[in-house]
Design a protein around this ligand. Structure first.
Ligand code: NDP
Length: 287
């Protein structure tokens, strides 16, 4: 069984980004990423800080825009309009989830698709469907595919099952897996899927993007499968200083022994997401 080390593979992606930033800078361009966060969701603030920190390590200019929970929809839209028109900013992301009174979809639609480094704007979703590489691919599924490639996993003709159909993970993941180059045969499962464990047992490659700690147990997994655990869930743990620990959607201890390869949580998909955010930002700046 191989543990797919996302930290290590992400570090290689970041090294490539750093080199491209150097080349851009020698042409007088410093890539710039704006991160907008509305409200005080603690996990979101952790993600945003880690994105900003990684920008600093690569020489990417970052601007963190923190807005209070009571910010109106129109105020957020105005921030996005200003960033769309700001030549120092090549990438914009609005951290999810915003407070409930904010309409996230309207904000995404307002983004300049050329600055939409999360790949959520309809233009970029369309380009992903069309396999037009000029678009931006959502960072998490892009990272998962890269992990599979780097680990030398044979995807062509493989049966892949993706649990989850969100716009952020499940749907783009399924599209990438079925794409030309990757060539898997894909099943997308969700909360209405019947006989979910039996469906998952068909998978040579099983991707879990559900948001439920330890949901995928050993009976979901065929011997020798590759398991990609996208889930990041906080579970209470009084032995930890912060009072919780992070676990995936996969019951790692019982599933790992059955696998050919598996991603751990933390240290699997998470670092890949940030690495491909940086990669998309460099691409947005022309790198
Ligand atoms: P969503 O809540 O948007 O989607 C969850 C999906 O899981 C839905 O499609 C839902 O089905 C499906 N689901 C829920 N319950 C079941 C069930 N009992 N059986 C089968 N399917 C079920 O979550 P996201 O896609 O945004 O995120 C998923 C997980 O990935 C979360 O833990 C999140 O924190 C993590 N994540 C990690 C990232 C990383 O960098 N590693 C980045 C982004 C997310 P239905 O559509 O029918 O409701």
């Amino acid at each position: 069984m191989t543990i797919l080390n996302g930290k290590e593979i992400a570090a290689e992606v970041l090294t490539e980004c750093r080199e491209k930033v150097g080349t851009l800078q020698s042409r007088g361009v410093t890539p710039g990423l704006a991160v907008v966060i509305v409200g005080d969701d603690p996990a979101s603030h952790v993600y945003v800080n880690s994105k900003v920190k990684t920008c600093g390590e690569l020489g990417i200019h970052s601007r963190k825009i923190e807005l209070p929970t009571e910010t109106t929809q129109e105020e957020v839209l105005q921030v996005v309009r200003d960033l769309n028109g700001d030549p120092a900013i090549h990438g914009i992301l609005v951290q999810s989830p915003p407070p409930p009174h904010i309409n996230e979809e309207e904000i995404i639609r307002l983004l300049d698709p050329r600055k939409d480094v999360d790949g959520f704007h309809p233009v970029n979703v369309g380009k992903l469907v069309m396999e037009d590489e000029s678009g931006f691919v959502p960072c998490t599924p892009q990272g998962c595919i890269h992990l599979l490639e780097k680990a030398g996993i044979e995807t062509s003709g493989a049966n892949a099952v993706v649990i989850g159909r969100s716009m952020i993970v499940g749907k783009p993941m399924a599209l990438l897996l079925m794409g030309k180059g990757v060539n898997a045969t894909v099943t997308v499962a969700h909360s209405r899927t019947r006989e979910l464990a039996a469906v998952c047992r068909q998978a040579d490659i099983l991707v879990a993007a559900i948001g439920k700690p330890g949901f995928v147990t050993a009976d979901f997994v065929k011997d020798g499968a590759v398991v990609i655990d996208v889930g990041i869930n906080r579970v209470e743990d009084s032995s930890k200083k912060r009072g919780f620990r992070l676990v995936g959607d996969v019951a790692y201890d019982e599933v790992a022994p059955k696998c050919h390869a598996i991603t751990p949580v933390p240290g699997g998909v998470g670092p890949m997401t940030i690495a491909f955010l940086m990669s998309n930002t460099v691409k947005a700046a022309g790198g």
